[in-house]
Design a protein. Structure first.
Length: 694
């Protein structure tokens, strides 16, 4: 092959929020291999099997390579001109007939900051609505809400290197060795070196095998566990009085509340033995530096945002925040879910979480964009679906999100998508969601575009193309800016870097961000005008009026769903190492040979009682739907609970998930679903899809 076809670029992984830096090697327009960047700040020469090997999807024959327009019962290929004209005229018609708020958009947390910034600008400036949201809604929106309340900013207080400095850590509802494998390995190594690790998870996750202590709560009882830990910390004299006085406010109410949660009471609620809870509190409180790490086992609950506030309480009581080793690290999920939210792809905020109702901020954007902007909050994702079913929402533009597979209550989502007059999907593959589209736009994966991702440490890192998009596919940035022009709003961006210049101009915390300064090390926001970034937040003051951290006195409340006679088991859903969310990418790589389906984890005692054999098909029923799936027996799960993932459309796990959601942010309660499990008598006679569709 001639040399000019060879490309080597350093880029950033497009799967999870760890943000591993990768060396991508391409030849003749195809990725031939990917290796870890030795100087990647988050990965330091490591990757997991997704970042390193799961790239074959880029040249899958199933990639979308031309715009598709619905015709008759199917789709036909179209030119870009036709597709863009069609979308502009339909959006124009709907806006004229029903107003701009009859249209809504979703930005992709898999795509770059620049893509997401352009997407929210398109919705706000070209369409004229704040109906824009992103996947954070169903993921860590409770974390964002709670950390803004407690500390001021929506992001981890430190970074992954805090794990190396910590003497102890509590990992709550995060299965890091599968969901964030490179961070998980770092936690494992720290534990092997002597960091005292406590895991809190209803399943005995792999990290539990490396820890000093594993606590196994009943799903949905985290609040009681956090209040119980605070009770022991106060009872045994570990409250840092100086820190409380100088840096915080609101402890009095918390002191009263936590008195109601002594370990024996918490044992009754959560099932965690009182002495284990006491031991965990001591491990955290006695450590010089200790970090708190959490995931969806905290957020995807009815009171997820309240539990995050209770986690923040622990750090405020003990003064364990704002220095190396004492960090609060929410393990943000998708590669750029931190960034898509930072960019204002949310219905209530512009960049840097500034309210759309803030006159000064809204004016600054109006001046820059040259159009009047709405001061009204837009719809959140679940509200969009309700409005579609209700007939008020007429069109959606869904960019890089497979809502028909991954959002809760699949039947309702499909009903909503079918109710729309006009649906545009922009993806790299046909998905469960594109089935309902009127126009499908073929876009580019992370290996085919330029821009930046922001990882779970608030670190902005560069993304560089190693290959061209296939066929007529275009970059997301190109598509969104072209469509905006067709709608009469020219953003004036030639390249994603132009968009970053605008972001920096309009966003104080991005003031000093340039591609040149990001370089190979990245920048952790806030980034001052002179380029100084912020690896650790809150060393001196919290980012709230008055500068003090805020306690929250929030009692434990029962989860939204509960087991009863008809639905006696609690289903928890989550992830597997080998596959990624909707699975559109990993199912088109050799990872499929490692794992080719979802399965149901069930405790042998429950299995025996129900007559379920290892490897046998079972029917799982919830209050809203049912599926068929293979059962596997494991003692890593407690009796009374079952677990599965949601990576395979053949299974359609989310047919089982109901409408219950976090009270403050509408993040779905994916982690507590009352179900009944029964063996399927005749394996051949009941095909999975028929069972699932009903
Ligand atoms: N391999 C892989 N990696 C991924 C993804 C993927 O799909 N596959 N997805 C990415 C995304 S989008 C995200 S958000 C992250 C998510 O990463 P994680 O936050 O680790 O996600 P989950 O596996 O869904 O849930 C974590 C754990 O919460 C536990 N849990 C459930 N209920 C409770 C509870 O009430 N209390 C406690 N303490 N724990 C509970 C579950 O048993 C589970 O082990 O992973 C990212 N990385
Ligand atoms: N039962 C259950 N359901 C869950 C969860 C759970 O724990 N349990 N977790 C929830 C969570 S935390 C999340 S984040 C969601 C994730 O749900 P989704 O966001 O729907 O899933 P993803 O697979 O991350 O990607 C979405 C789509 O983006 C496309 N895509 C990838 N890269 C690009 C790109 O660069 N450009 C474009 N245009 N498209 C791209 C993919 O092909 C895919 O169709 O799932 C949620 N669903
Ligand atoms: S740990 Fe996350 S960012 Fe790193 S290679 Fe794996 S999927 Fe990519
Ligand atoms: Mo997520």
């Amino acid at each position: 092959m001639p040399d000019r076809f060879d490309t080597d670029v350093t880029t950033t992984c497009g799967y999870c929020g760890v943000g591993c830096r990768l060396e991508a090697h391409a030849r003749d327009g195809r990725i031939v291999s990917i290796s870890p960047a030795l100087d990647g700040p988050a990965n330091r020469g490591h990757t997991c099997l997704k970042g390193r090997f799961a790239h074959q999807f880029t040249r899958s024959r199933e990639r979308l390579t031309a715009p598709l327009i619905r015709e008759g019962g199917g789709f036909r290929p179209a030119t870009w001109e036709e597709a863009i004209t069609r979308i502009a005229s339909e959006f124009g018609r709907i806006k004229a007939q029903h107003g701009p708020d009859a249209i809504a958009g979703l930005a992709s947390s898999r795509a770059t900051n620049e893509d997401c910034y352009a997407m929210q600008r398109l919705m706000r400036a070209a369409i004229g609505t704040n109906n824009i949201d992103n996947c954070s809604r169903v993921c860590h929106s409770p974390t964002s809400f709670a950390m803004r309340r407690a500390f001021g900013l929506s992001g981890a207080t430190g970074g992954f290197s805090d794990i190396d400095f910590a003497d102890a850590a509590i990992v709550i509802g995060a299965n890091a060795t599968e969901g964030h494998p490179v961070a998980g390995a770092r936690i494992k190594q720290a534990a092997l070196r002597g960091m005292k690790l406590v895991t809190v998870d209803p399943r005995r996750i792999e990290l539990a095998d490396y820890g000093a202590l594993h606590l196994s709560p009943r799903p949905g009882t985290n609040a009681a566990v956090m209040l119980g830990l605070a009770n022991v910390i106060a009872r045994d004299g570990f409250v840092d009085g100086d820190y409380l006085a100088e840096r915080t406010e609101g402890f009095e109410a918390v002191e009263e509340l936590i008195a109601l949660y002594p370990p024996d009471v918490v044992e009754g609620i959560s099932g965690i033995p009182a002495r284990d809870l006491e031991a965990a509190a001591h491990i955290y409180a006695e450590a010089d530096d200790a970090s708190l790490v959490w995931g969806l086992g905290v957020t995807e609950h009815r009171y997820g945002s309240e539990v995050v506030q209770l986690i923040c309480n622990l750090a405020l009581m003990t003064g364990k925040v704002g220095r190396p080793g004492s960090a609060l690290l929410p393990l943000r999920g998708q590669n750029n879910v931190q960034g898509s939210s930072d960019m204002g792809a949310l219905p209530d905020t512009y960049t840097q979480y500034r309210s759309v109702a803030d006159e000064e901020v809204a004016r600054a954007f109006e001046v820059r964009w040259g159009v009047p902007l709405s001061r009204e909050n837009g719809l959140k994702i679940p509200e969009m679906f309700d409005a579609a079913v209700g007939g008020e929402l007429k069109a959606m533009y869904i960019f890089g999100e497979d809502v028909a597979q991954t959002d809760p209550d699949t039947k309702h989502v499909v009903h909503a998508l079918k109710s729309l007059e006009f649906l545009v999907c922009q993806d790299i593959f046909e998905t469960e969601t594109t089935k309902y589209a009127d126009v499908i736009l073929p876009a580019s994966s992370f290996l085919e575009k330029t821009g930046t991702f922001t990882n779970a440490e608030r670190r902005i890192q560069l993304v560089r193309p190693a290959i061209e998009p296939p066929g007529a596919a275009r970059t997301d940035f190109d598509i969104i800016t072209t469509l905006s022009r067709a709608l009469g709003h020219d953003m004036g961006f030639e390249t994603p870097e132009d968009a970053m210049r605008e972001i920096a101009d309009l966003t104080p915390h991005f003031a000093g961000v340039t591609y040149e300064r990001i370089g190979r090390r990245g920048l952790q926001w806030p980034v001052a005008q002179d380029g100084t970034d912020s690896p650790i937040l809150y060393g001196e003051r919290f980012h709230l009026p008055g500068g003090r951290g805020r306690f929250a006195a929030l009692p434990y409340k029962e989860p939204g769903d509960a087991a009863d006679e008809e639905f006696p088991l609690i289903l928890v859903t989550g992830r597997r190492l080998q596959h990624y969310n909707a699975g559109t990418m990993t199912r088109r790589t050799a990872n499929l040979q490692l794992l080719d389906s979802d399965w149901l984890e069930i405790h042998p005692d429950d299995a025996r009682r129900l007559g379920v054999a290892d490897g046998a098909p079972v029917k799982v029923r919830s209050r809203v739907g049912h599926i068929q799936i293979e059962a596997r027996l494991t003692e890593r799960i407690e009796p009374g609970h079952v677990f599965t993932a949601f990576h395979f459309p053949e299974i359609r796990t989310n047919l089982l998930v109901g409408a219950s959601a976090d009270v403050n942010t509408s993040c779905p309660e994916y982690k507590v679903i009352a179900v009944a499990v029964q063996p399927v008598a005749d394996r051949a006679g009941v095909p999975t899809l028929t069972a699932a569709a009903g």
